[in-house]
Write a protein that binds this ligand. Sequence first.
Ligand code: SAM
Length: 359
Amino acid sequence: MRSLSIDTVEDQTSALFTVGPGSLHSTMTSLVGGLRMAQEFKHQPVLRDEVTELFTPVPTGVIVDATLGGAGHSEALLEARSDIGILGLDRDETALRAAGRRLGVFGSRVVMQHARFSAISGIVEQGRQGVTPWPHVSGTDEPLGVAGILADLGVSSPQIDSAERGFSFSQDGPFDMRMDESQGMTASAFLDQVTLDELTAILRENGEGRFARRIAKALLEARPVSTTQEVVDVVDRAVPKANRRRGHVASRVFQAFRISVNSEMSELSTLLEAAVGLLIPEGRLVVISYHSGEDAMVKHLFRSWQAGGCTCPSHLPCVCGAVSLGTVLTKRAVVASDDEIAANPRARSARLRCFEVAS
Ligand SMILES: C[S@@+](CC[C@H](N)C(=O)[O-])C[C@H]1O[C@@H](n2cnc3c(N)ncnc32)[C@H](O)[C@@H]1O
């Protein structure tokens, strides 16, 4: 991983830049090609007030926004607390450009890095050792500890809405689906090398029970497939007429490809395993999931951290010596209100969970 000067951008996962007013200018002038998209980047942060409230009691420190996106959550956090800094990560450079414009006003309190969040341990270590920039809050000399980690999973509205990114089954575009366009395998290339059994299993894991094998077989037979419209047509033909609810099956198939192409489940498990060890006492981890598989992983891990690996029967006091890592603050997942869902339908599937590290 390499640290870059603020007016340099490279197509690799580790491009890193600060967003002070001067540096923002430098950054943006070096990103003229992305300016149009940055200006149009519109994403409504889901459960923003709930997220802000959950981070209100954390100690002074840095909050790692592992999924910076358009920086709606980060902006709210920076406005709510003058004693916190933000380390914002995103694997999508278009999102970082938009976030840089929005957060420039907060100067050295914000550092952004083009990276996968599974790399969080190394990024935090290098930042705290002074190898790479680290957010700074006035009145503090020592490098700040990590007081919070936020992961608002999945894709942003601009990613879905841009046909050329290939995430949308309702607009024709290249069958790409990479969150990081600078590297990795496109969905089309993924389809070229996947086996029938593997694709069937992937579709089943995403709720496409009955017709998973038929759809997988049809997609493999249609290779090479290069556009999203071709995928929609193949899926449509593979499902018997009586069972076609246009859009419904395709949406699950597209989600299955997106999760695989971007290794979303392994990214999440690596982030979660690292997160609890990075947080300072009373630091908090907040995760918003949009998929039942992700939410189940978060729920079970949070419970096991709270139990500290305890093996005693739940109705008896613990005698096995397990040490709890902290407390699950959300006994049930927090969901969006009817008003929020009406204003932002993408909030419908959101499930928020929060864990606080022991003091
Ligand atoms: C739902 S959006 C976040 C929106 C953001 N909270 C806001 O307020 O605008 C999710 C973002 O996370 C990014 N992302 C998803 N998985 C990632 C990963 N493994 N590493 C880094 N960024 C990731 C996506 O590129 C996308 O920009």
